[in-house]
Design a protein around this ligand. Structure first.
Ligand SMILES: Cc1cc2nc3c(=O)[nH]c(=O)nc-3n(C[C@H](O)[C@H](O)[C@H](O)COP(=O)(O)OP(=O)(O)OC[C@H]3O[C@@H](n4cnc5c(N)ncnc54)[C@H](O)[C@@H]3O)c2cc1C
Length: 542
């Protein structure tokens, strides 16, 4: 396959699957308006309830609660905030209450407060404590379980957005979305490792870790936090770093969003945003077993400069599944090619559509975001930016963290799981698959107890995903969900039992151990100190 065809394949992959293969639902939509996206979400209501998203809506039993707020109390809250408060019946309500996934459009918060500053957040927290109203912090709205919504008050931080760079650090408003984060940092020639999806919020991402395309070189997003500001349940605005509130600082680096307070800003250490090599490779499905075997012994042990992802995907019907490897390299294209030759040698074949290019940092982040041919403004939802061309989308996700290579039996189970999606009775236009992200490198050089992010012995993590077009029949979506659960179940003998807390999974029974392992006890101590009345709660809250 020639270079041109390789490039076309690469752009198709970057646009359809998201550059890192993680991000099917962050891909460029058809330009559908936000309103029509909502109308199409017919599989949403039933699923949201089944996930337990509405469970986050149970009433608080704080000692101070004085009973439900009256309309006049809500009006008084609105008056006390410098940002807008949106209530049911307001023109903006339908759009304001949405999360990214239309599955959660059935949730009806009593109010959405767009906080402009920490004082607004403290005012909201005083209100929810006074009246016993459930509360949820919301940033990018990408919680896989819908737990940034509630029947009570959503404290939205997106009006506290923006990046200010000073020397080697960047102070970032907690409401900044990843595409703006990369764009504003790149304008100063700086970079911080983050995730791929452009509309994910920096707060949710960082609080649960943050895995991205330069994590092997620069660590998790949370590993780069130097300091943060948080409003705790008592309304206090606290600075957290290695010398102030250090226990809370520890918990906020991997302890998961929504647990300890509402973060209003982060200060990150930064890295130079130089040029970067992108690569994209694919093989025929008949080579899949050999490629997987080669990838898993190559990717986690490569130099830190090399990050890669292995993506297996299938569609309903008879077409053959696909196997693709994509990644980044911090260095010259010839050095990257030399590393890739080692993969080809181990796999026993060259890819059928190799593509490599050196590009700017920002363009690479756009490609990985599935926005290869979009501007930064276009790489938003239309509700976030008038030029936005992305669409909301639905997805089920589960995760695994692997600390040992898959045996040949494990690889066989993996391939069978992907192939089964073709016969699973999914919706037309649906997809199902698994994406492995290489770990190791800088991520594993941090001790498991040094921050709340415990997963420091992984070779790679996996995300099992299935997506479907808006408006798909609920029965077909249910069959896809069943396929995903059974695929994940079939991989139990091969996985470590750890799971990624940012791929929060309402169906995960032993989530405390899976997300937090030996760090869970310490997290509960921090929770008891800063949120003794459990003002912040949801079904998998610490
Ligand atoms: C399509 C898609 C792609 C993704 N890609 C990646 C990726 O490449 N790498 C990766 O590591 N992860 C990725 N994720 C997972 C992502 O990191 C988590 O879903 C993350 O929690 C989303 O953060 P958010 O702010 O967008 O979501 P939200 O739903 O707003 O928040 C998530 C959680 O954090 C809480 N929270 C939000 N704001 C605050 C705040 N200011 N203070 C305290 N708590 C807060 C919420 O209450 C909620 O519990 C992806 C998720 C999706 C859906």
């Amino acid at each position: 396959m020639g270079e041109d065809q390789g490039r076309r394949e690469f752009l198709r992959w970057a646009a359809v699957a998201g550059g890192a293969g993680l991000l099917a639902s962050c891909s460029r939509g058809s330009g559908t308006s936000a309103a029509s996206a909502t109308a199409g979400g017919s599989a949403g209501p039933a699923t949201a309830t089944a996930d337990g998203a509405a469970q986050g809506a149970r009433a608080l039993a704080t000692p101070q609660a004085t009973g439900s707020p009256t309309p006049a109390d809500w009006t008084a809250l609105a008056r006390d905030l410098s940002g807008p408060l949106v209530r049911p019946g307001d023109a903006a309500y339908t759009v304001s209450k949405r999360l990214f996934d239309p599955r959660f459009d059935s949730l009806h918060p009593a109010g959405i407060a767009y906080c402009r500053n920490p004082h607004d957040v403290a005012t909201c927290l005083a209100f929810v404590r006074k009246y016993g109203v459930p509360v949820a912090a919301r940033c990018g709205g990408h919680s896989y379980a819908g737990w940034s919504s509630t029947s009570g008050l959503i404290v939205d931080v997106t009006k506290m957005a923006g990046v200010s760079v000073s020397g080697g650090t960047a102070t970032v408003g907690a409401g900044t979305r990843l595409v703006d984060f990369y764009n504003e940092l790149a304008a100063h020639g700086r970079a911080v490792p983050g995730g791929s999806c452009p509309t994910v919020g920096i707060a949710g991402l960082t609080l649960g870790g943050g895995v991205g395309v330069v994590s092997r070189a620069y660590g998790l997003t949370s590993d780069n936090v130097r300091s943060l500001q948080i409003v705790t349940a008592d309304g206090q605005v606290r600075t957290c770093n290695s010398s102030q509130n250090s226990d809370l600082f520890w918990a906020c680096r991997g302890g998961g969003g929504g647990n300890f307070g509402v973060v209003t800003s982060f200060t990150f250490g930064t890295h130079p945003a130089g040029e970067i090599v992108l690569f994209f490779l694919s093989w025929p499905w008949s080579q899949a077993a050999r490629v997987i075997s080669a990838w898993q012994s190559w990717a986690p042990h490569a130099p830190d400069a090399l990050w890669s992802n292995l993506h297996l995907a299938a569609a309903p019907g008879g077409s053959v599944p696909t196997i693709e490897v994509g990644g980044t390299y911090l260095g010259s294209i010839s050095a990257a090619a030399a590393q890739l030759e080692k993969l080809y040698a181990a796999a026993g074949s060259h890819p059928s559509s190799p593509f490599m290019e050196t590009t700017t940092w920002l363009h690479a982040m756009l490609v990985e975001a599935g926005c290869a041919s979009l501007t930064v403004n276009e790489c938003h939802l239309p509700t976030q930016n008038p030029q936005g061309q992305l669409s909301r989308a639905s997805e089920y996700a589960k995760s695994d963290i692997f600390t040992k290579p898959l045996s040949s039996q494990g690889i066989g189970t993996l391939l069978a799981g992907v192939e089964k999606f073709q016969r699973a009775g999914g919706a037309p236009g649906a997809s199902g698959g698994i994406a492995f992200d290489a770990l190791g490198g800088a991520v594993n050089r941090v001790a498991p107890g040094a921050t709340a992010f415990v997963h420091r012995n992984a070779l790679f993590q996996a995300q099992y995903t299935t997506t479907w077009p808006l408006g798909s029949a609920a029965a077909a979506v249910a069959r896809q969900h069943a396929w995903q659960q059974s695929f994940w179940q079939s991989m139990r003998p091969y996985a470590s039992g750890q799971a990624y807390q940012n791929y929060i999974d309402p169906a995960l029974a032993n989530w405390r151990q899976a997300y937090y392992g030996a760090n869970f006890t310490r997290l509960t101590q921090v929770k008891a100190k800063y949120d003794p009345d459990r003002v912040f709660t949801f079904p998998q809250a610490v």
